[in-house]
Ligand binder design. Structure first.
Ligand SMILES: [Zn+2]
Ligand SMILES: [Zn+2]
Length: 416
């Protein structure tokens, strides 16, 4: 038999139900905030990610699923959603034709890193981007929508950690100060950081090895007055939106395109400092990719990680409400019509194989978790009725005219 590729997995029930529940929560919450769905391709030109995500990021340096296709084109499976959204925004002229610049996406992302526990080469992300609004209210709205979505999906004890990386000007000034400091400490840095400080010194703050000691020793970032005003405005509005947050000036986030506000959401339920998800402002990305000057902010959440957090929560009951059984050879057609009638009335209903024995069909009914079995045998066939058997122990069996079966079942379900 041919197995799935290493690092690629099947999401089976009940996990698939959990994913669907998270996606449903996302759609409800995003709708309240005026976001519309954008469906973007899975495969793009490799160049798109090199130019946007950044060639000094781990994602592009080590983890991108890139290859040359049959036509000799350099392509890559998307490692994240933002570059594709921005490309679509520019290519389709959404600055002119779009409603409000608010988009969300949902789907598979790919990273060719070594598969390990809980990390897959194909994983699902939900992300939201707000393009075209430079005001602190856009930051606060984006972050508070993320928190409301996580809460709606059932992630407990969410807290937000925010920082501002400053504008291009602030960053340039800080970059020089930090670079000077790091050059002097080069022998203390891990190898990847040492190799990259000249190109991207900020990344060292984000490094798992060096981040902790740099947080206390490295010079702190300073913001220009405009960035300071924006950052304090964002904080005021987060408070107004009743979002709990903390400022952490060493929070960097590992993507090259972030400017201004960056943030992470952590969950107390995770029992660690690990972020559930994060995002930030990318005011220069749209323009640098050939689009209009359109400041933007966005974030992405990994569903696999969220699903892990929610695994222990009681799953919604997906068992059918009714299970239809043909208890006589000729009853199959009638039973199938009853099944159809129940579903048409909004009652989830299932069956196994009408040609099998009554005992076998009853066993399947028990396994399905259905609340009621509806049987059509010889007597019922003649009388135009169905026998209703509550699957709970001690339930009394009774007979109901076929046409009234859906109404009766609904009535009984309300009582459960
Ligand atoms: Zn600034
Ligand atoms: Zn390092």
């Amino acid at each position: 038999m041919t197995n799935s590729l290493r690092g690629f997995r099947d999401i089976l029930p009940p996990d698939s139900e959990l994913f669907a529940r998270i996606e449903a929560a996302a759609r409800v919450v995003f709708g309240l905030y005026g976001y519309q769905e954008l469906r973007i391709p899975t495969l793009e030109q490799k160049e798109l990610f090199v130019k946007s995500t950044g060639d000094t990021t781990d994602i592009v340096e080590k983890e991108m699923y890139a290859f040359t296709d049959g036509g000799g084109r350099e392509v890559a499976l998307r490692p994240e959603g933002t570059p594709g959204v921005v490309r679509a925004y520019i290519q389709n002229n959404l600055a002119q034709t779009g409603r409000n610049g608010k988009y969300f996406y949902l789907g598979s992302m790919f990273r060719a890193e070594r598969p390990q526990a809980g990390r897959y080469r194909e994983f699902t992300q939900i992300g939201a981007e707000y393009i075209g609004n430079p005001a602190p209210a856009a930051d606060a709205e984006s972050i508070s929508m993320l928190v409301r979505f996580l809460e709606k999906a059932g992630v407990a004890e969410c807290s937000v950690v925010i920082n501002s990386l400053g504008c291009a000007e602030c960053r340039k000034a800080y970059r020089e100060i930090l670079l000077g400091f790091l050059r002097g400490k080069a022998e203390k840095l891990c190898e990847p950081c040492r190799g990259r400080i000249e190109r991207n010194p900020l990344r060292a703050l984000d490094c798992k090895t060096d981040g902790p000691w740099l947080t206390s020793e490295a010079p702190k970032r300073a913001l220009c007055p405009a960035c300071e005003t924006h950052f304090s405005g964002t904080q005021r509005l987060l408070s107004a939106a009743a979002v709990a947050y903390q400022v952490n000036t060493s929070l960097v986030r590992g993507l090259d395109y972030y400017t201004g506000t960056v943030f992470e959401v952590r969950s107390g339920a995770l029992g660690s400092q690990d972020a559930v998800c994060g995002g930030g402002r990318y005011d220069d990305l749209v323009k640098s990719m050939g689009g209009p000057a359109a400041p933007a902010i966005g974030w992405a959440v990994g569903l696999d990680r969220m699903a892990m957090l929610l695994k222990d929560k009681p799953a919604p009951d997906t068992a059918p409400r009714a299970f239809v059984i043909a208890a006589a050879k000729e009853a199959g057609d009638r039973a199938f019509a009853l099944l159809t009638a129940l579903r048409a009335d909004g009652i989830s209903a299932d069956f196994s194989n009408f040609e099998l024995s009554l005992k076998s069909q009853m066993r399947s009914a028990g396994k399905s978790g259905a609340a009621f079995a509806l049987l059509i045998g010889e007597d019922e066939l003649k009388a135009g009725t169905a026998a209703v058997k509550p699957m709970k122990e001690g339930g009394e069996q009774f007979t109901v005219p076929l046409a009234e079966a859906p109404v009766k079942i609904k009535e009984l379900l309300r009582g459960i």
